[in-house]
Design a protein around this ligand. Structure first.
Ligand SMILES: [Zn+2]
Length: 194
């Protein structure tokens, strides 16, 4: 992972985006979203009056805070994933969320609370952004349920591609995320005693 982020400034929230289990494609979107630099329509100053409406709910103006935290489409997704990751906040803006997560998702706060939450955050932000783009550029729509399953599958796949050392925390991840027990690394074989 080092080659992806070695040139990035070491900001207080860098560890939220680039960590041991991060996925570069997801981390990049999260990195830009946190800085509120994704090209949402209101930043483009389009002249089409309806084009500034959020394409997920069609009722509010689209901006970074609305799209990710206030939209009726995305709010239930946050609630579900937060429950699955074991935390509960109601983020109202990127600065609020990042400030909170920077304090609570340190590596020493436990693998489950930190690594899983960071991965879930990146996967959800990525999928919300992809859904917004899909609706604008492809005229295709995913239901909240489908988007949630897609997000969960991304998180599961990342875990499945990783070998985890057996511990009560890892057992909990396996149960909560419905993973095969094969993700647990076999215990190191002790040399035979002669
Ligand atoms: Zn909306």
């Amino acid at each position: 992972m080092k080659h992806y982020n070695s040139h990035l400034p070491n900001l207080p929230w860098t560890h939220l985006v680039w960590s041991k289990n991060s996925i570069p494609q997801l981390s990049f979107t999260l990195w830009v979203a946190i800085q509120q630099k994704l090209p949402t329509l209101n930043r483009r100053c389009t002249t089409h009056v309806n084009a500034t409406l959020c394409t997920l709910c069609n009722s509010q103006l689209q901006n970074h805070n609305h799209l990710f935290f206030e939209c009726d489409y995305t709010e239930p997704l946050w609630t579900f994933l937060q429950a699955r990751c074991g935390f509960h906040i109601k983020p109202s803006s990127w600065p609020y969320l990042i400030n909170w997560a920077s304090q609570h998702w340190r590596s020493n706060s436990g693998f489950y609370n930190s690594s899983t939450s960071k991965l879930a955050l990146a996967a959800l932000v990525y999928n919300i952004w992809m859904e917004r783009n899909r609706r604008i550029f492809q005229r295709k729509y995913l239901s909240q349920n489908s988007l949630l399953h897609q997000t969960m599958d991304m998180i599961r796949l990342k875990f499945i591609s990783t070998t985890l050392t057996d511990s009560p925390t890892v057992r909990r991840i396996i149960e909560e995320w419905d993973l095969p027990s094969s993700v647990i690394r076999p215990p190191a074989k002790l040399p035979d005693r002669k």
